[in-house]
Design a protein around this ligand. Structure first.
Ligand code: DGI
Ligand code: FE
Ligand code: FE
Length: 194
């Protein structure tokens, strides 16, 4: 592993704590495996996986404050659920604090929680790796989604978004309009293909 990755890992271990750091490594290697399977850059996938949750441990109040200071727009749903901001704030910190200049990696980090319609392969791989990495055990249908992820990224996305929306509805959490838009997009996409 190269020096830059090792240095970032050292910093993240401190910033995130043991559990979240283990998740981070799980996402990094799962994203790398998916990149091998679907033919994109291993390096980009690993870097996106490594840094995707770099803002996760910042307290919610501070997330809001920092987004204001850095000029990151905050929607109403994000104001009420500041945890959602760890994606956009994470992309900002990946650039400013961890020195990432690859715009594709930064974009994948910024959309990793809600997704967005018409994602590129790196975006999809990060989104999916985050959900299926080996330390995850609470999500429904994990075995099936894990298998499908190595066959058809769009079908895996559709399933993950469906289960995420169900979970949010059941737990009475506010749904970000982007999560719903992303789901609708991949359902429609799937219907065209079928
Ligand atoms: O940061 P992680 O926990 O590794 O994973 P993540 O960035 O995908 O965040 C997962 C959480 O985000 C999960 O509890 C569901 C939640 N989430 C995803 N879309 C929405 C959402 N929460 C709300 N309130 N609204 C959404 O649209
Ligand atoms: Fe996250
Ligand atoms: Fe994550």
């Amino acid at each position: 592993m190269n020096q830059i990755f090792l240095e970032i890992q050292k910093q993240l271990k401190k910033a995130l704590g043991e559990r979240r750091f283990e998740h981070t490594k799980g996402v990094m290697y799962t994203a790398a495996s998916l990149a091998m399977c679907h033919g994109i850059s291993l390096n980009q996938a690993q870097l996106a996986g490594l840094l995707h949750d770099c803002a996760k441990a910042i307290p919610d109040i501070e997330k809001l404050e920092r987004c204001k200071n850095y000029g990151i727009p905050i929607s109403d749903v994000e104001k009420k659920n500041p945890s959602l901001l760890h994606a956009k704030l994470g992309a900002y910190l990946a650039r400013e604090q961890y020195g990432v200049t690859d715009e594709e990696v930064l974009h994948a980090i910024s959309v990793h929680t809600t997704g967005e319609p018409d994602m590129n392969i790196l975006d999809k791989i990060l989104f999916i790796a985050d959900y299926i990495e080996p330390n995850r055990d609470r999500q429904p249908n994990l075995e099936e989604v894990r298998r499908i992820a190595f066959e058809d990224l769009d079908r895996a996305l559709e399933k993950i978004l469906y289960d995420t929306l169900k979970y949010l509805e059941h737990s009475n959490k506010k749904i970000d309009s982007m999560t719903k838009k992303t789901y609708d997009y991949y359902v429609a996409e799937g219907e065209v293909e079928r």
